[in-house]
Design a protein. Structure first.
Length: 267
């Protein structure tokens, strides 16, 4: 699909990144919480299907589904020195999720083109969506995840059936960032490439798909300029195309199948 509790500091033998949790300076969202603040280009794995999670993959960060994985899975990855990001969709409704009944019909828009079972959410309705997103973030925290990857943070660029403006999107995304940080969770900006300049200070990393394929990687510079990781995935380009871009721009690159099973290639 366009279409991870304080922990012991995690070391890195290759010197590419820091995975330690620290206490941040004053933040507009939460000045008293501490959360994971990754830097540099940590290696990563993105597995949203084909459970169980393949923990033999050599990666420092695992990005896995919130609902399909247990606290025991997260704890097992932590025991191996990994950081763990929880994936859930924030801008669309999935009928098969255990909390799908909580989303009232008035929040649902048109079908997501590539995923016909899904419906777009009216992200302008922050009053109604805040408690629903809070429950998901609470579950991320309670399962022990280090950070979150909320999907579909660019509804203003999609055919949702709603008149969603860039300002609506910024309001929704900033709300999610504040809520994650209040729970001691890092948060990644998923795609939303036209708002990286405005959001890179608030989000802790980026998760992006196909920026090489669509010649969009330059938009991630606000993150790399701040030494914040860009977890990048490509589906349709080869290593000899993706990896030079990743090296030049400082991206944590993986090549994946669209199914997002355990298979991956790295640079």
């Amino acid at each position: 699909m366009l279409l991870i509790v304080a922990l012991t500091a995690l070391g890195c033998s290759n010197g590419r990144q820091t995975l330690a949790r620290d206490t941040p300076a004053a933040e507009s969202t939460s000045s008293t919480k501490a959360w994971w603040r990754p830097t540099g280009t940590p290696t990563w794995q993105w597995q949203l299907n084909d459970e169980p999670i393949d923990a033999t993959v050599d990666a420092e960060v695992f990005d896995i589904d919130l609902f399909d994985n247990s606290a025991a899975t997260v704890g097992s990855l932590h025991a191996q020195g990994r950081r763990v990001i929880c994936y859930f969709t924030a801008g669309s409704w999935e009928p098969y999720r255990p909390d799908s009944h909580a989303f009232t019909p008035d929040l649902l828009g048109g079908q997501v083109e590539a995923w016909p079972d899904e419906r777009w959410l009216d992200i302008r309705r922050v009053d109604a969506l805040r408690p629903l997103m809070a429950s998901r973030l609470d579950l991320c925290r309670d399962k022990g995840f280090d950070g979150v990857e909320p999907d579909w943070l660019d509804n203003h660029r999609q055919r949702t059936g709603f008149d969603i403006t860039p300002e609506d999107q910024l309001r929704f995304n900033r709300m999610l960032a504040a809520m994650a940080h209040e729970r001691g969770l890092a948060i990644g900006l998923k795609n939303d490439l036209d708002q990286t300049v405005l959001l890179a200070d608030l989000f802790d990393y980026s998760v992006v798909e196909q920026c090489v394929e669509f010649d969009e990687c330059a938009a991630l510079k606000p993150f790399t300029d701040r030494a914040k990781p860009v977890f990048s995935a490509e589906y349709h380009v080869t290593r000899d195309v993706a990896c030079p871009q990743a090296e030049r721009r400082g991206l944590s690159m993986v090549l994946k199948r669209v199914e997002l099973d355990s298979w991956r290639e790295t640079c």
